[in-house]
Design a protein around this ligand. Structure first.
Ligand code: SF4
Ligand code: SF4
Length: 368
């Protein structure tokens, strides 16, 4: 069945998602390393693997003030805070929170206080069960997962940003149950093995088993999982209709970074406002997650959200693909708190049900 946007939106559920996204207005986003320091050294952390911590300045506070001024003048309204560990520099986070809509990634070891950050979406990174997480992130000693669970128990701002390695799919159900028992939701990410450890961590074996377990968990916890089945399918297959994921189609590239100039001229869409800023609050790099790394290793969730979202047109062939697109788009807005929170939470089960039905009707692969 094919049709127009108008006919698709006659469905009241789709109409409501669309209306909420439109009401949120356009996003003009950048990413920013808020500090070059971190209190962990996770195995294969993209930030330290490529030595991005070399970008910093002794005049950080004044440089950040100037950065805020410049980005406000440029029209930036959304900042993804990465780095380094944001909870180590709460005074900087406070300044940014006063001027932009934010999304923050933290390792969860230090709690970002509620007071002063009431509406902040906080993604707590997690790489596996307590043993795996301790080995990969806590130098074999620190139970990072346990501490983060304690810090964000029943905290509505927080969601787990769970990076799953291809050979660790068997841990996922247990880990997700712990996160949900803690009163939180879960968004999945897919491990890249930038340290080249191989074995269970090697992305080249594919994410088929991870995809299957995530699809099962969406069915089991439709009000708690923040990954749509369509998103899961696109990331783990690396395919979006006729496109294969990689640098040539990647949409979040610093537009003022000279080495990206050729890519930006190849006719594929990209976010025209986007820049990935280093912790000197001045220079930019190729993309949020890399300078020179091989894009074949990139399964980054935020970048894939952007890939799907920018390609509305590709999803217009029928109402089933449009449903997958709109639901995934809405999910991004829900995670980043750009749509009303309570309403979004109530819509999640129906949203997941719609995506699954749509994928089956569109004959897109969906795990059962
Ligand atoms: S907590 Fe984040 S920034 Fe720090 S080492 Fe781990 S992955 Fe890297
Ligand atoms: S590493 Fe990922 S986000 Fe960066 S340019 Fe490559 S595909 Fe894009």
């Amino acid at each position: 069945m094919s049709g127009s946007l108008r006919t698709y939106l006659e469905d009241p559920f789709l109409g409501r998602l669309w209306q909420r996204i439109r009401a949120a207005g356009p996003i003009r986003s950048v990413s920013l390393d808020i500090t070059h320091r971190c209190n962990l050294r996770c195995t294969g952390c993209y930030y330290f693997e490529e030595g991005m911590d070399r970008f910093h300045t002794a005049e950080a506070e004044a440089a950040l003030d100037r950065w805020i001024e410049r980005e406000r003048a440029r029209g930036t309204n959304f900042v993804t805070i990465v780095g380094g560990e944001p909870s180590l520099v709460l005074h900087r986070l406070e300044k940014l929170y006063a001027h932009f809509r934010l999304s923050v990634a933290t390792n969860g070891l230090r709690r970002i206080p509620f007071e002063g950050f009431e509406e902040l979406p906080i993604g707590i990174s997690l790489w596996g069960n307590a043993d795996t997480d301790r080995q990969l992130r806590g130098s074999g000693k620190v139970d990072v997962f346990r501490k983060a669970l304690d810090n964000y128990r029943n905290d509505e701002r927080a969601f787990w940003y769970y990076t799953v390695a291809p050979g660790l799919a068997h841990e996922v159900e247990e880990v997700v149950a712990r996160c949900i028992d803690n009163g939180n939701r879960v968004l999945f990410n897919y491990y890249s093995d930038l340290a080249g450890k191989g074995g269970a961590l090697d992305y080249r074996q594919g994410f088929e088993r991870v995809r299957e377990v995530i699809d099962r968990l969406i069915d089991r916890y439709p009000d708690r999982i923040l990954t749509t089945a369509w998103f899961n399918q696109v990331v783990t297959s690396g395919r979006l209709f006729d496109q294969q994921w990689g640098y040539e189609v990647c949409t979040n590239l610093s537009t003022n970074y000279a080495p990206n100039a050729e890519r930006l001229k190849n006719g594929q869409p990209y976010n025209r406002h986007f820049r990935a800023y280093n912790a000197d609050f001045e220079t930019v790099r190729r993309c949020c997650t890399g300078i020179d790394r091989d894009c074949a290793s990139c399964f980054d969730t935020w970048e894939h959200f952007s890939w799907i979202m920018i390609h509305m047109k590709k999803h217009m062939a029928n109402v089933h693909y449009f449903t997958c697109w709109l639901a995934t788009m809405y999910m991004f807005y829900f995670i980043t708190r750009l749509v009303p929170r309570d309403e979004g939470a109530a819509l999640l089960p129906e949203l997941h049900r719609r995506v699954k039905t749509a994928m089956q009707a569109a004959d897109a692969p969906v795990s059962t």
